[in-house]
Every structure is written in C-alpha cells, then in structure tokens.
Design a protein around this ligand. Structure first.
Ligand code: G3P
Ligand code: MG
Length: 244
C-alpha cells in the first residue's frame, strides 16, 4: 500500500460506517467491496491485554452491553452484539480483534489505525508486536489525538508511520511536525480546517494530509481541489465515484 499516491485515496471511516455498523467486520467487508483504498479504524486495549476495534472507550453506544473496554476481558466483550443497534440485519456482529482485521484486509489495502486512550495499559507495545507479526508495521499509518502516545510508539518502532491528528487551524502547521523531533508521515485534519496553501506546504515537505470525516459531495470536491492525500469518509462508494 502506497500512501504517497498521486491520486487522492478513498479511506473508509470505521469501515463503510454509513451502511453497516461502524468498526465491525461487516463494515470492513463492505468497504472492501466498495473499492476503498484504505480503512480507518479505532483501537482499545482490554483488561487482559487484547486489542479490539471500537471507537468509544465504552461499549454503551455501539453494542447491547455497557462497560468500559479497559475494565473488561476479551471474553466479556465478545458477548456483546455490535450490530443490532444499527440494524437487525447485522445482529450478532462481534466487536472485532485487530488480529481478525489483519487476517481480513489484503496487503494492498491500507490501514489507518487510530489509537484511542487506553485504560487497560500500554497499547503501543502490543500494537507494534502484532503488526510486526503480520509484517505490516511499516505500511500501516498510526494516528492519534494523543501525540505522546505516537511519540512512544515511534520510539519503540522507528519504521512505523504516524499521523498527528489535531482539530484546529494552525498558523504554521509545519512547525508542529518539525517540533515533534521524530519523523512524522502525515497529519490528519478536520476538513473544515483545511486550506489549500497548508496542504501544499505539508505535501511539499514530503508528508501526507489526511482529512476527516467528509461525507458531503461538495466537501469531497473541495478536498480534491485542495490536493489532500486521503479522504476519510463514511460513504466510500460515493467518494469512489467522485475520485474515479
Ligand atoms: O483520524 C481521525 C478520525 O478518525 C476522526 O476521529 O472520532 O472519528 O475517530 P474519530
Ligand atoms: Mg477514528
């Protein structure tokens, strides 16, 4: 998977999250069918040290169970139904393990793994070990709003690619990247905060600009005009039609 593609990449947000329950294998499979270039997903660590795919730190919103992932074992979490809240059609979809995602998603499809806050312990060591086991450590882009977590991950694994997520319009975005000290592959920005001149400056420095979460056709077209590297969307099929 080449993140430095000349053409803007279609990056499916939590899978194809508008048409299937987010961050489930069903949503990932649908995104693959819809010819996404890459998939963005969120990870947490369970109490017993397993990496699961879920956006929130609790199961409350996206499953039929309640509880904090970091305080639950994998066995507890696997009792949850992560599909019924979305539609009966998806009843019984489990909360996936990251390992299962790596088994499903072909190597030519990119992965943007977003590290959320982990109460179950240090997720950085675990995710580096898992991605190394699958030979995918240097092809995945790890992102997080928690830049210290990305710093620790990059210290552990210098070959890992990282994207700094932030919400805002900085006066000089390149300074954020340069101040990081370790090499930064990309930044992940809210699309409403994106200006073409910033995209050009970052891309001319050899880094990528990923934008989230772009669901309207007009905004998709504006991002293409800005020359972003990848667009995160809940509607990968729609974006594929526009990008071509
Ligand atoms: O990479 C950031 C993007 O995923 C948006 O954040 O809240 O959907 O994980 P969120
Ligand atoms: Mg995310």
């Amino acid at each position: 998977m080449n993140w430095q593609n000349a053409k803007t990449l279609v990056l499916a947000h939590r899978g194809s999250a508008s048409e299937a329950p987010e961050n489930t294998m069903a949503a990932l499979r649908l995104a693959l069918q819809q010819q996404c270039d890459a998939i963005e997903l969120d990870i947490h660590l369970t109490k017993d040290g397993e990496i699961v795919v879920c956006h929130d730190e609790t199961l409350d919103r996206t499953t039929n169970l309640r509880g904090c992932i970091g305080e639950m074992t994998l066995a507890d979490i696997r009792q949850a139904d992560a599909g019924s809240w979305f539609s009966d059609q998806y009843a019984g979809e489990p909360v996936p393990l990251l390992r299962e995602v790596l088994e499903l998603v072909p190597l030519e499809i990119g992965l943007n793994v977003e590290l959320k806050l982990s109460y179950g312990g240090s997720i950085e060591h675990k995710v580096v070990a898992l991605l190394r086991e699958y030979g995918r450590l240097s092809s995945v882009i790890f992102s997080s709003f928690d830049h210290r977590m990305l710093y620790r991950l990059k210290q552990l694994a210098p070959e890992a690619r990282i994207s700094l997520v932030y919400a805002g319009k900085l006066l000089r975005p390149l300074r954020l990247i340069e101040d990081f000290e370790l090499e930064v592959e990309a930044v992940s920005l809210h699309h409403a905060m994106v200006e073409r001149e910033d995209v050009m400056a970052i891309r001319n420095s050899g880094r990528q600009v990923i934008v989230w979460t772009v669901n309207e056709e007009e905004a998709m077209k504006r991002m293409l005009e800005c020359g972003v590297s990848a667009i995160i969307t809940d509607y990968p099929a729609k974006l594929r039609r526009i990008v071509g």
